[in-house]
Design a protein. Structure first.
Length: 61
C-alpha cells in the first residue's frame, strides 16, 4: 500500500489518518438506509485499526 511505517510519529500519524477515515465513513452513513454490509465494513475498519495498533506495539518491544 505504501512505505513501511516504522517510527513512532509516523505510526501515530498513520493511525490518526485511519481513524479520521473511519469517522468520515461513520458520519456519512444514514441510519435509516444502513445495510448489514455497511455495518460489517465499519467493524472491519475497526478490526484493521486494532490490528495496526497491536503491530506497532509489538514492533516497539
Amino acid at each position: 500500500m505504501g512505505n513501511k511505517v516504522s517510527d513512532k510519529n509516523s505510526q501515530v500519524t498513520f493511525l490518526k489518518q485511519r481513524l479520521n477515515m473511519f469517522i468520515e465513513v461513520l458520519d456519512a452513513i444514514e441510519p435509516e438506509n444502513t445495510e448489514l454490509e455497511d455495518i460489517d465494513r465499519l467493524i472491519e475498519m475497526i478490526d484493521d485499526l486494532e490490528s495496526k495498533c497491536r503491530e506497532f506495539n509489538n514492533r516497539d518491544e
